[in-house]
Write a protein that binds this ligand. Structure first.
Ligand code: PEP
Ligand code: MN
Length: 347
């Protein structure tokens, strides 16, 4: 349930509405930073609540009460009809301009990371990605450089100016990444790690939440709700492929998810074609399809020496291929009335 207050509703009227919500055993949530006060009523909505809605509608200063049928409230477009733009150090994610996040799967060394960071920056990427804490299927595979990796990422930001996106897997990773990163990524395997979701929900940094490969769109939006209910509204959603019977690619890109998420949620949606394909040959074409389908951004793995990569080398674009891709991406973006900002190259 959403309560929309009259534009000139007094603070006293708002307080009375908040009290009335609590008196019904429900939890009010005032969207911060929204000019017109919109109060989300969190709790289980059942048919009985319709009479409660009438009660709220009768209160002073209330313009109208809207019943939101979806189980997720804060992530729902009903709660926030305009699309949300997440601003990461001046880089917008969610507006008319597309945002391209690029970089290696893992931070392997200072040299490797800085070389790739310079290359993706020169090609026009807007943010830099790299994993310092890696969720690997095998405990014997490279697990990431940890804190050292975060320090390298911070240096990459310093020399390129690109904001840093990096994955966190537990509360300790979050505290460490908070010192160095600009966006906390929650990987597909942790999409329903509810303690982790609550932890990042209580933090200030934007969160990039990847869809679990066995999870429905609704599960993704419910997971988002865990973050937002803790107060962090800066959530970027990410489609990265799901498991189907098709095995010609690592996962199957659920291209449908992009317009579906845009319809149901106000949050920006990014496509990761790299993990979806698992093979660099398909990455560019799938990414272009994502732009055409309305994605607000892309997350793409790029490596200077894919054959030597410590993780996901098979799906990494080389810097040259990434440059070619960006040229094609600009054309497709223009065809669907979006654009990809060409960064001002300094120094
Ligand atoms: C990654 O981005 O490197 C990653 C592990 O992705 P996912 O969680 O989508 O598998
Ligand atoms: Mn990867």
């Amino acid at each position: 349930m959403i309560i929309i207050m009259e534009e000139r509703a007094s603070q006293e009227a708002i307080s009375l509405v908040l009290e009335a919500i609590e008196a019904e055993g429900l939890k009010p949530f005032v969207n911060p930073g929204v000019e017109r006060k919109v109060i989300a009523v969190l709790g289980v909505v059942d048919v009985e609540k319709v009479s409660v809605a009438d009660k709220f509608a009768a209160l002073t200063g209330v313009e109208r009460v809207a019943l939101v049928s979806e189980p997720y409230k804060l992530a729902s477009r009903a709660h926030h009809p305009a699309g949300t733009i997440v601003n990461v150090r001046g880089v917008p994610l969610g507006g008319p301009e597309l945002c391209v996040i690029a970089g290696p799967c893992s931070v392997e060394s200072r040299e490797q990371t800085l070389e790739i960071a310079h290359a993706v920056k020169a090609a026009g990427a807007h943010m830099f990605r790299g994993g310092a804490f890696k969720p690997r299927t095998s405990p014997y595979s490279f697990q990431g450089l940890g804190r050292k990796g975060l320090e390298i990422l911070a240096e990459a930001r310093e020399v390129t100016g690109l904001p840093i996106v990096t994955e966190v897997m537990d509360a300790d990773d979050c505290d460490q990444a908070n010192e160095f990163a600009d966006v906390l990524q929650i990987g597909a395997r942790n999409m329903q790690n509810f303690r982790l979701l609550k932890k990042v929900g209580g933090m200030k940094l934007p969160v990039l939440l990847k869809r679990g490969f066995g999870c429905k769109v609704e599960d993704l939006l419910m997971a988002t709700e865990y973050i937002m209910a803790e107060g962090n509204m800066q959530v970027i959603l990410c489609e990265r492929g799901i498991i189907t019977f098709e095995d010609s690619t690592r996962y199957t890109t659920d291209i449908n998810a992009i317009p579906v998420i845009k319809h149901h949620s106000h949050l920006p949606i990014v496509l990761d074609p790299s993990h979806a394909a698992g093979d660099w040959r398909y990455v560019a074409d799938i990414a272009l399809a994502g732009i055409a389908a309305g994605a607000d951004g892309l997350e793409i793995e790029v490596h200077n020496q894919p054959s030597k990569a410590k993780s996901d080398g098979a799906q990494a674009l080389t810097p040259d291929k990434f440059v070619d891709f960006m040229t094609r991406a600009r054309r497709v973006a223009a065809a669907v009335e979006r654009s990809i900002r060409v960064p001002v190259v300094t120094g």
